[in-house]
Design a protein around this ligand. Structure first.
Ligand code: NDP
Length: 286
């Protein structure tokens, strides 16, 4: 029997509707949530991501400020803009769109964002808090995955979970969050010797590699829950994930599509984190 898809678009819509009252209450109290998005250079994919984030803010009643800087911007200029935003009371969340041009030290840039405005959850202070199980901001993509699992009634406790990918923004925080929810977690990466032997025993498989359709149905345990984080654009211009949807849906019990899976949830959790930051500033949340 074919797997039941987990519809990220529908869940994102429901969650965003739920934000409306919180945003209205904050705005009435003089704390309209505000997100600043910094983009350096003209990478087309980044421009699309930034536009989607700014549009999502507007639709949810958040203030958004898009700051576009030319590709040859010096690191000091970007750091100075971040310091201004750190001090700006209208701004509750700051996002630096990655990747930055090569002459930037990404770590130094991300470290410059004030931890209480770090709605991506990438600042080392926030990463440390996440490791200790007392996260202030959960990184948006793995946070979105958790909410999808919750919505689909999938409880990670006691399950064999396999995460393919160990990036700071997806794989590592995903593994930490699943561990905190009592899954037994294996992290695989490009040096993993026998990937299939790990995926074949996964009750829950999260794939975040950037390798189009690399996980195929024959690599799955029957009945597995499969979460595809990947977003790849094929030569035909169409989006596809890191999972081969057609073969995997024949073996899995639940599966996320691409597009329409994790992608819309990532932006939704960015809105959620920005609203939370504003609620903290307003003193209605710790
Ligand atoms: P990175 O390139 O930073 O990390 C990719 C990871 O996959 C690395 O850990 C790498 O291993 C591992 N990997 C690569 N090839 C293989 C392989 N053949 N077998 C096993 N592991 C492999 O990517 P990100 O984590 O930033 O993103 C991953 C994917 O998720 C991309 O498609 C990206 O576009 C997408 N994405 C989607 C988001 C969304 O909102 N849906 C948000 C963020 C990302 P190693 O560490 O050894 O190099």
């Amino acid at each position: 029997m074919a797997a039941i898809p987990i519809d990220g678009t529908a869940l994102a819509r429901t969650l965003r509707e739920g934000f409306r009252d919180r945003v209205t209450a904050l705005a009435a109290a003089g704390h309209q949530p505000g997100l600043a998005v910094l983009l350096v250079g003209g990478d087309p994919a980044s421009q699309v991501y930034v536009r989607n984030k700014v549009n999502a803010c507007a639709a949810a009643g958040l203030l958004s400020e898009r700051i576009s800087l030319p590709a040859d911007t010096g690191p000091e200029v970007l750091l100075a803009r971040i310091r201004e935003l750190n001090a700006d009371p209208r701004i509750h969340g700051i996002l630096v769109q990655l990747p930055l041009p090569r002459h930037f030290d990404e770590t130094a840039v991300l470290d410059a964002v004030a931890p209480d405005k770090d709605v991506d959850g990438f600042h080392p202070e926030n990463v440390g808090a996440l490791v200790q199980g007392r996260a202030r901001f959960i990184p948006c993509t793995p946070y979105g995955v958790l909410r999808m699992l919750e919505h689909a009634g999938v409880n990670p406790a006691g399950q064999e979970a396999v995460v393919i990918g160990r990036s700071n923004i997806v794989g590592k925080p995903m593994a930490l969050l699943l561990t905190a929810r009592d899954a037994t977690v294996t992290v695989c990466h490009s040096r993993t010797r026998d990937l299939r032997c790990h995926t074949r025993r996964a009750d829950l498989l999260v794939v975040a590699t950037g390798r189009p359709r690399m996980v195929t149905g024959d690599m799955l345990k029957p009945g597995a829950v499969v979460i595809d984080v990947g977003i790849n654009r094929g030569a035909d211009g169409k989006l596809c994930g890191d999972v081969d949807y057609e073969s995997c849906r024949e073996v899995a019990s639940r599966i996320t599509p691409v597009p329409g899976g994790v992608g819309p949830m990532t932006i939704t959790m960015l809105l959620e984190n920005t609203i939370v930051a504003a609620e903290r500033r307003a003193g209605i949340r710790s």
